[in-house]
Design a binder for this molecule. Structure first.
Ligand code: FAD
Length: 287
Protein backbone atom coordinates (compact mmCIF):
# COMPACT_ATOMS: atom_id res chain seq x y z
CA UNK A 1 0.00 0.00 0.00
CA UNK A 2 1.40 3.40 -1.01
CA UNK A 3 1.14 6.27 1.44
CA UNK A 4 1.26 9.98 0.71
CA UNK A 5 4.14 12.14 1.94
CA UNK A 6 4.04 15.68 0.72
CA UNK A 7 5.84 17.66 3.40
CA UNK A 8 6.26 20.75 1.23
CA UNK A 9 2.50 20.90 0.51
CA UNK A 10 3.16 20.87 -3.20
CA UNK A 11 0.33 21.26 -5.68
CA UNK A 12 0.47 17.97 -7.56
CA UNK A 13 -1.62 17.34 -10.65
CA UNK A 14 -1.77 14.90 -13.54
CA UNK A 15 -2.83 15.42 -17.13
CA UNK A 16 -4.72 12.92 -19.30
CA UNK A 17 -5.92 12.90 -22.86
CA UNK A 18 -9.53 11.79 -23.42
CA UNK A 19 -9.71 8.12 -24.42
CA UNK A 20 -11.42 7.42 -27.74
CA UNK A 21 -12.91 4.05 -26.79
CA UNK A 22 -14.86 2.56 -23.90
CA UNK A 23 -11.92 0.26 -23.24
CA UNK A 24 -9.60 3.26 -23.03
CA UNK A 25 -11.98 4.89 -20.56
CA UNK A 26 -11.97 1.77 -18.38
CA UNK A 27 -8.18 1.70 -18.42
CA UNK A 28 -8.01 5.39 -17.56
CA UNK A 29 -10.24 4.77 -14.53
CA UNK A 30 -7.66 2.25 -13.27
CA UNK A 31 -4.82 4.68 -13.95
CA UNK A 32 -6.66 7.44 -12.06
CA UNK A 33 -7.26 5.15 -9.13
CA UNK A 34 -3.55 4.39 -8.92
CA UNK A 35 -2.61 8.07 -9.20
CA UNK A 36 -4.99 9.12 -6.43
CA UNK A 37 -2.30 8.12 -3.95
CA UNK A 38 -0.54 11.38 -4.87
CA UNK A 39 -3.53 13.27 -3.47
CA UNK A 40 -3.52 15.44 -6.59
CA UNK A 41 -5.18 18.83 -6.46
CA UNK A 42 -6.78 17.98 -9.80
CA UNK A 43 -6.68 15.77 -12.87
CA UNK A 44 -6.74 17.76 -16.11
CA UNK A 45 -8.05 16.55 -19.46
CA UNK A 46 -6.72 17.86 -22.76
CA UNK A 47 -8.74 19.29 -25.63
CA UNK A 48 -7.73 17.95 -29.05
CA UNK A 49 -6.29 20.07 -31.81
CA UNK A 50 -9.06 21.96 -33.58
CA UNK A 51 -11.50 21.02 -30.82
CA UNK A 52 -11.58 17.48 -32.20
CA UNK A 53 -12.07 15.84 -28.83
CA UNK A 54 -14.51 18.31 -27.34
CA UNK A 55 -17.18 15.72 -26.49
CA UNK A 56 -14.67 13.16 -25.27
CA UNK A 57 -13.03 15.81 -23.11
CA UNK A 58 -16.41 16.63 -21.56
CA UNK A 59 -17.24 12.94 -20.96
CA UNK A 60 -13.85 12.25 -19.39
CA UNK A 61 -14.06 15.33 -17.17
CA UNK A 62 -17.53 14.37 -15.94
CA UNK A 63 -16.40 10.79 -15.34
CA UNK A 64 -13.47 11.99 -13.20
CA UNK A 65 -15.61 14.48 -11.32
CA UNK A 66 -18.29 11.92 -10.52
CA UNK A 67 -16.26 8.76 -10.06
CA UNK A 68 -13.12 9.84 -8.24
CA UNK A 69 -12.18 11.92 -5.21
CA UNK A 70 -10.11 14.27 -7.35
CA UNK A 71 -11.39 17.45 -8.97
CA UNK A 72 -11.38 17.46 -12.78
CA UNK A 73 -10.06 20.38 -14.84
CA UNK A 74 -10.94 20.55 -18.54
CA UNK A 75 -8.59 22.18 -21.02
CA UNK A 76 -10.37 24.64 -23.33
CA UNK A 77 -8.89 26.07 -26.48
CA UNK A 78 -9.59 29.01 -28.78
CA UNK A 79 -9.22 26.98 -31.96
CA UNK A 80 -12.49 26.85 -33.87
CA UNK A 81 -14.35 28.07 -30.76
CA UNK A 82 -17.05 30.70 -30.86
CA UNK A 83 -18.15 32.82 -27.92
CA UNK A 84 -21.44 30.97 -28.02
CA UNK A 85 -20.06 27.45 -27.79
CA UNK A 86 -17.49 28.39 -25.15
CA UNK A 87 -20.28 30.00 -23.12
CA UNK A 88 -22.38 26.83 -23.40
CA UNK A 89 -19.46 24.68 -22.37
CA UNK A 90 -18.73 26.91 -19.38
CA UNK A 91 -22.37 26.64 -18.30
CA UNK A 92 -22.24 22.87 -18.69
CA UNK A 93 -19.06 22.67 -16.62
CA UNK A 94 -20.51 24.93 -13.95
CA UNK A 95 -23.55 22.66 -13.76
CA UNK A 96 -21.18 19.73 -13.12
CA UNK A 97 -19.47 21.71 -10.37
CA UNK A 98 -16.18 21.99 -12.23
CA UNK A 99 -14.10 24.73 -10.58
CA UNK A 100 -10.89 24.78 -12.60
CA UNK A 101 -10.12 25.31 -16.29
CA UNK A 102 -6.90 25.24 -18.29
CA UNK A 103 -7.36 28.00 -20.91
CA UNK A 104 -5.26 27.75 -24.09
CA UNK A 105 -5.05 29.07 -27.57
CA UNK A 106 -4.52 25.59 -28.99
CA UNK A 107 -3.10 24.70 -32.39
CA UNK A 108 -4.96 24.04 -35.61
CA UNK A 109 -4.91 20.36 -36.64
CA UNK A 110 -2.76 21.12 -39.65
CA UNK A 111 -0.06 22.96 -37.80
CA UNK A 112 0.70 25.88 -35.62
CA UNK A 113 -1.19 28.74 -37.26
CA UNK A 114 -4.00 30.94 -36.01
CA UNK A 115 -7.16 30.11 -34.16
CA UNK A 116 -10.00 30.21 -36.75
CA UNK A 117 -12.58 31.16 -34.14
CA UNK A 118 -13.80 34.15 -32.10
CA UNK A 119 -10.64 34.16 -29.98
CA UNK A 120 -7.17 34.72 -31.38
CA UNK A 121 -5.06 34.25 -28.28
CA UNK A 122 -5.42 32.65 -24.87
CA UNK A 123 -5.65 36.02 -23.08
CA UNK A 124 -8.93 36.71 -24.94
CA UNK A 125 -10.31 33.36 -23.78
CA UNK A 126 -9.26 34.07 -20.19
CA UNK A 127 -10.99 37.49 -20.33
CA UNK A 128 -14.14 35.91 -21.74
CA UNK A 129 -14.23 33.24 -19.00
CA UNK A 130 -13.88 35.95 -16.35
CA UNK A 131 -16.51 38.20 -17.96
CA UNK A 132 -19.04 35.42 -18.31
CA UNK A 133 -18.48 33.41 -15.12
CA UNK A 134 -16.80 35.83 -12.69
CA UNK A 135 -14.57 34.11 -10.15
CA UNK A 136 -16.23 30.69 -10.44
CA UNK A 137 -13.26 29.06 -12.15
CA UNK A 138 -9.65 28.86 -11.10
CA UNK A 139 -7.97 29.53 -14.46
CA UNK A 140 -4.67 27.92 -15.42
CA UNK A 141 -2.74 29.13 -18.46
CA UNK A 142 0.31 27.78 -20.30
CA UNK A 143 3.83 29.14 -19.75
CA UNK A 144 6.94 28.51 -21.85
CA UNK A 145 10.28 28.67 -20.00
CA UNK A 146 12.05 28.02 -23.33
CA UNK A 147 9.58 30.30 -25.13
CA UNK A 148 6.73 29.45 -27.46
CA UNK A 149 7.80 28.31 -30.95
CA UNK A 150 5.98 31.24 -32.59
CA UNK A 151 7.24 33.85 -30.15
CA UNK A 152 8.67 36.92 -31.85
CA UNK A 153 11.16 37.40 -29.04
CA UNK A 154 11.62 36.44 -25.40
CA UNK A 155 10.32 39.86 -24.37
CA UNK A 156 7.22 39.62 -26.57
CA UNK A 157 6.43 36.15 -25.23
CA UNK A 158 6.77 37.36 -21.64
CA UNK A 159 4.63 40.42 -22.42
CA UNK A 160 1.89 38.15 -23.76
CA UNK A 161 2.22 35.81 -20.80
CA UNK A 162 1.77 38.83 -18.54
CA UNK A 163 -1.31 39.79 -20.54
CA UNK A 164 -2.88 36.39 -19.78
CA UNK A 165 -2.16 36.81 -16.10
CA UNK A 166 -3.64 40.32 -16.11
CA UNK A 167 -6.70 38.97 -17.89
CA UNK A 168 -7.36 36.84 -14.81
CA UNK A 169 -5.26 33.66 -14.77
CA UNK A 170 -4.70 32.27 -11.27
CA UNK A 171 -1.76 30.01 -12.03
CA UNK A 172 0.26 28.57 -14.89
CA UNK A 173 1.55 25.19 -16.01
CA UNK A 174 4.70 25.11 -18.08
CA UNK A 175 5.49 23.33 -21.28
CA UNK A 176 7.87 20.52 -20.41
CA UNK A 177 11.58 21.22 -20.42
CA UNK A 178 14.77 19.35 -19.53
CA UNK A 179 16.77 22.36 -18.44
CA UNK A 180 15.91 23.59 -14.95
CA UNK A 181 17.77 26.86 -15.52
CA UNK A 182 15.26 27.85 -18.19
CA UNK A 183 12.46 27.47 -15.65
CA UNK A 184 14.23 29.40 -12.89
CA UNK A 185 15.18 32.18 -15.29
CA UNK A 186 11.57 32.45 -16.52
CA UNK A 187 10.19 32.62 -12.98
CA UNK A 188 12.81 35.18 -11.98
CA UNK A 189 11.81 37.42 -14.89
CA UNK A 190 8.13 37.01 -14.01
CA UNK A 191 8.83 38.00 -10.40
CA UNK A 192 10.78 41.02 -11.61
CA UNK A 193 7.72 42.06 -13.61
CA UNK A 194 5.45 41.61 -10.59
CA UNK A 195 3.84 38.38 -11.85
CA UNK A 196 3.31 36.40 -8.69
CA UNK A 197 1.00 33.56 -9.66
CA UNK A 198 2.29 30.00 -9.08
CA UNK A 199 4.10 28.69 -12.16
CA UNK A 200 4.04 24.91 -11.94
CA UNK A 201 6.57 22.95 -14.00
CA UNK A 202 5.08 20.44 -16.42
CA UNK A 203 6.95 17.13 -16.14
CA UNK A 204 7.14 14.86 -19.18
CA UNK A 205 8.33 11.30 -18.52
CA UNK A 206 10.58 9.81 -21.18
CA UNK A 207 9.12 6.70 -22.79
CA UNK A 208 9.92 6.84 -26.49
CA UNK A 209 12.73 8.83 -28.07
CA UNK A 210 11.29 9.19 -31.60
CA UNK A 211 7.95 10.49 -30.37
CA UNK A 212 9.57 12.83 -27.88
CA UNK A 213 11.95 14.25 -30.50
CA UNK A 214 9.10 14.83 -32.97
CA UNK A 215 6.87 16.47 -30.39
CA UNK A 216 9.66 18.60 -28.95
CA UNK A 217 10.39 19.90 -32.43
CA UNK A 218 6.86 21.30 -32.83
CA UNK A 219 6.28 22.54 -29.30
CA UNK A 220 9.65 24.23 -28.93
CA UNK A 221 10.91 22.18 -25.97
CA UNK A 222 14.63 21.64 -26.23
CA UNK A 223 16.19 18.24 -25.72
CA UNK A 224 19.77 19.12 -24.79
CA UNK A 225 22.41 17.58 -27.04
CA UNK A 226 23.86 15.31 -24.34
CA UNK A 227 20.39 13.96 -23.56
CA UNK A 228 19.43 13.55 -27.20
CA UNK A 229 22.58 11.52 -27.87
CA UNK A 230 22.10 9.32 -24.80
CA UNK A 231 18.46 8.68 -25.70
CA UNK A 232 19.29 7.98 -29.34
CA UNK A 233 21.77 5.33 -28.24
CA UNK A 234 19.05 3.61 -26.21
CA UNK A 235 16.32 3.99 -28.82
CA UNK A 236 15.98 0.24 -29.49
CA UNK A 237 16.17 -0.82 -25.87
CA UNK A 238 12.92 0.33 -24.31
CA UNK A 239 13.68 -0.88 -20.77
CA UNK A 240 17.07 0.86 -20.63
CA UNK A 241 15.65 4.02 -22.19
CA UNK A 242 12.89 4.19 -19.58
CA UNK A 243 15.31 3.48 -16.74
CA UNK A 244 17.66 6.21 -17.95
CA UNK A 245 14.70 8.54 -18.55
CA UNK A 246 13.53 8.00 -14.97
CA UNK A 247 16.96 8.97 -13.64
CA UNK A 248 16.97 12.12 -15.77
CA UNK A 249 13.46 13.21 -14.77
CA UNK A 250 14.02 12.43 -11.11
CA UNK A 251 17.19 14.53 -11.12
CA UNK A 252 15.33 17.37 -12.86
CA UNK A 253 12.49 17.25 -10.31
CA UNK A 254 14.96 17.14 -7.42
CA UNK A 255 16.54 20.32 -8.70
CA UNK A 256 13.17 21.96 -9.15
CA UNK A 257 12.04 20.97 -5.68
CA UNK A 258 15.30 22.16 -4.13
CA UNK A 259 14.70 25.48 -5.93
CA UNK A 260 11.29 25.83 -4.26
CA UNK A 261 8.79 25.09 -7.04
CA UNK A 262 5.16 25.37 -5.88
CA UNK A 263 4.17 22.01 -7.38
CA UNK A 264 4.57 19.51 -10.20
CA UNK A 265 2.19 18.81 -13.07
CA UNK A 266 2.73 15.34 -14.55
CA UNK A 267 2.01 14.74 -18.23
CA UNK A 268 0.93 11.18 -17.42
CA UNK A 269 0.37 10.00 -21.02
CA UNK A 270 -2.57 8.07 -19.49
CA UNK A 271 -0.18 5.76 -17.63
CA UNK A 272 0.41 5.55 -13.89
CA UNK A 273 3.69 3.64 -13.56
CA UNK A 274 6.24 6.31 -14.52
CA UNK A 275 4.55 9.12 -12.60
CA UNK A 276 4.30 6.92 -9.51
CA UNK A 277 7.91 5.80 -9.80
CA UNK A 278 9.10 9.42 -10.07
CA UNK A 279 6.92 10.39 -7.08
CA UNK A 280 8.36 7.49 -5.05
CA UNK A 281 11.92 8.47 -5.87
CA UNK A 282 11.12 12.04 -4.82
CA UNK A 283 9.71 10.74 -1.52
CA UNK A 284 6.31 12.17 -2.35
CA UNK A 285 4.86 8.73 -1.69
CA UNK A 286 6.28 5.68 0.02
CA UNK A 287 5.49 1.96 -0.01
P1 FAD B 1 -1.02 32.07 -26.33
O1 FAD B 1 -0.77 32.38 -24.89
O2 FAD B 1 -2.19 32.67 -26.99
O3 FAD B 1 0.31 32.26 -27.12
C1 FAD B 1 0.48 31.72 -28.43
C2 FAD B 1 1.54 32.49 -29.21
O4 FAD B 1 1.02 33.77 -29.58
C3 FAD B 1 2.83 32.80 -28.45
O5 FAD B 1 3.88 32.78 -29.38
C4 FAD B 1 2.63 34.21 -27.92
O6 FAD B 1 3.86 34.88 -27.77
C5 FAD B 1 1.78 34.83 -29.02
N1 FAD B 1 0.78 35.78 -28.53
C6 FAD B 1 0.03 35.69 -27.43
N2 FAD B 1 -0.81 36.75 -27.32
C7 FAD B 1 -0.59 37.50 -28.42
C8 FAD B 1 -1.16 38.72 -28.90
N3 FAD B 1 -2.12 39.36 -28.23
N4 FAD B 1 -0.69 39.24 -30.09
C9 FAD B 1 0.30 38.60 -30.78
N5 FAD B 1 0.87 37.44 -30.35
C10 FAD B 1 0.43 36.90 -29.20
N6 FAD B 1 -3.13 22.36 -26.99
C11 FAD B 1 -4.34 21.82 -27.31
O7 FAD B 1 -4.76 21.90 -28.48
N7 FAD B 1 -5.10 21.19 -26.37
C12 FAD B 1 -4.70 21.08 -25.08
O8 FAD B 1 -5.41 20.50 -24.25
C13 FAD B 1 -3.44 21.63 -24.70
N8 FAD B 1 -2.99 21.59 -23.42
C14 FAD B 1 -1.82 22.20 -23.08
C15 FAD B 1 -1.43 22.22 -21.72
C16 FAD B 1 -0.24 22.86 -21.35
C17 FAD B 1 0.15 22.87 -19.89
C18 FAD B 1 0.58 23.48 -22.33
C19 FAD B 1 1.86 24.15 -21.93
C20 FAD B 1 0.19 23.47 -23.66
C21 FAD B 1 -1.01 22.85 -24.06
N9 FAD B 1 -1.45 22.85 -25.37
C22 FAD B 1 -2.67 22.29 -25.71
C23 FAD B 1 -0.62 23.44 -26.44
C24 FAD B 1 -0.98 24.92 -26.69
O9 FAD B 1 -2.29 25.03 -27.15
C25 FAD B 1 0.00 25.43 -27.74
O10 FAD B 1 1.29 25.52 -27.18
C26 FAD B 1 -0.39 26.71 -28.43
O11 FAD B 1 0.47 26.88 -29.56
C27 FAD B 1 -0.26 27.97 -27.58
O12 FAD B 1 -1.22 28.02 -26.63
P2 FAD B 1 -1.17 29.20 -25.51
O13 FAD B 1 -2.41 29.08 -24.72
O14 FAD B 1 0.10 29.19 -24.80
O15 FAD B 1 -1.25 30.46 -26.48
Amino acid sequence: MLAIMNPQNLTLSCEFFPPRTEQGMIKLRQVREQLQVLKPSYFSVTFGAGGSTQEKTFETVVDIQQQSNVMAAPHLSCVASTKENIYELLQAYQAKNIRRIVALRGDTPSGLRGSLGDFNYANELVSFIRESTGEHFHIEVAAYPEFHPQARSAKADLDFFQQKVEAGANSAITQYFYNADAYFSFVEECTRRGINIPIIPGIMPITNYTQLARFSETCGAEIPRWLRWRLQALEDDKASLQAFGLDVITALCERLLAGGVPGLHFYSLNQAELTLEIAKRLNLIKD
